[in-house]
Design a protein around this ligand. Structure first.
Ligand code: SF4
Length: 383
């Protein structure tokens, strides 16, 4: 297939749905509970909702929406730290747009900008570096966010800043690592997942090898997956086929983009500029060993946490906000008591409602909100 429409072809989708139904039926002859598959990546969650993929699947398959949206797992304390930096009078704070509305304990970056902080929306770390070149009298801090997908561009920008001798540029580094996060999910005591759709963009950078432990040590099949509806359906079919054949392996459905060894130049830049943190807090999942990176010693002068006084706050979510329970799969998104009422995309209370890749925002934007609220009310009255 060459063109994007071909990855959305309804007839091909129907063939895959039939095959999924056939294999699922065979699997259910030996099981008493539904087949639970997790898509880790927020981009996959978005496709699943946008194209109504859950509605196409048999009832015996449950899609569990994982924590792979970097904005959604950003803890409130880090947002507050970020505001401390952004509100300094000598600073221009540069950020991607989807981080602007993430609520901290008091306000978001958007609110801080309305109050006068110099916060600029950029499309890449190189844009932030350009700001530093144009404003030599200011300190420009880039809010570096994301899994391994965005790490190479940040790393290459830091290398470029050093080559050009630019000293008024630094990063507030919140890059996070995929494998320790998946491992934390697999180690959860009540984990019942049967297989994973692995993140396609992350895999493009890291390759296939980092996911092998999931098949080898946890005996779960995993399929590296693209972002079109047929990609998702084909990956689900590949997972079910492995389960049916009692195999566990890393398979690559997204081979048109992901190479087995990944992007070695990107990996090299990551290893040169970043080093693993002992642990990093992810919203809803708590502190996870080796789940974040910071700037390596040799690039320390580009690290805003070393350059400025960052309070390193730890702030729990408000009791009413159930993002943590949603991220760990304890409740469905619409079961949160805030969903659709106090929390909606116009005034998000939690991070999962902020980003377009957030699963609560996906439920809100693509689901039938009234029906979900009625379902929640029925559940509450039966409890
Ligand atoms: S509805 Fe809002 S508060 Fe509740 S889990 Fe979703 S984002 Fe968090």
């Amino acid at each position: 297939m060459k063109y994007v429409d071909e990855f959305r072809d309804p007839q091909r989708a129907q063939l895959l749905v039939s095959e999924i139904g056939r294999i699922a039926e065979q699997l259910m002859e030996q099981r008493t509970r539904p087949i639970q598959l997790m898509e880790f990546c927020g981009g996959h969650t978005h496709t699943i909702f946008r194209y109504g993929i859950e509605q196409l699947l048999p009832e015996s398959i449950e899609m569990i929406h994982g924590p792979g949206c970097p904005v959604c797992v950003l803890p409130r304390g880090r947002v507050d730290d970020c505001l401390t930096l952004a509100e300094r009078p000598d600073v221009i704070f540069a950020t991607f747009g989807d981080a602007m509305r993430v609520p901290g304990s008091q306000k978001s970056l958007l609110q801080a900008r309305a109050e006068g902080a110099d916060i600029r929306m950029v499309y890449s770390p190189l844009d932030a570096l350009q700001l530093a070149i144009r404003h030599p009298d200011k300190e420009v801090i880039f809010f570096a966010l994301g899994f391994e997908t965005t790490m190479p561009s940040t790393a290459l920008t830091v290398q470029q800043a050093r080559r050009q001798g630019i000293s008024n540029f630094s990063l507030f580094c919140n890059h996070i690592t995929t494998v320790p996060t998946i491992k934390a999910i697999l180690d959860a005591p009540d984990m019942q997942l049967d297989g994973f759709l692995a993140p396609g963009h992350v895999s493009m950078v890291v390759g296939e090898q980092p996911f092998e432990f999931i098949a080898d040590s946890y005996h779960k099949p995993i399929v590296i997956t693209g972002f079109e509806p047929l990609d998702i359906l084909q990956s689900i079919q590949m997972l079910l086929k492995q389960l049916n054949e009692k195999r566990c392996a890393v398979e690559n459905q997204y081979s048109r983009v992901v190479r087995q060894q990944g992007n070695t130049a990107g990996q090299q830049a990551i290893h040169e500029v970043f080093e693993l943190r002992d642990s990093f807090e992810l919203r809803g999942l708590g502190s996870i060993d080796l789940s974040g990176v910071r700037i390596a010693e040799q690039y320390a002068s580009y690290d805003a946490e070393r350059k400025f006084n960052v309070p390193n706050l730890h702030i729990a979510d408000p009791d009413t906000c159930q993002c943590g329970e949603v991220l760990t799969g304890s409740i469905r998104h619409w079961e949160c008591r805030m969903f659709g009422s106090q929390c909606n995309p116009q005034s998000p209370m939690g991070a999962l409602m902020v980003s377009s890749e957030g699963a609560c925002a996906a439920y809100y934007n693509f689901g039938d909100v009234d029906e979900l609220l009625q379902k929640r009310a029925r559940q509450a009255s039966n409890a």
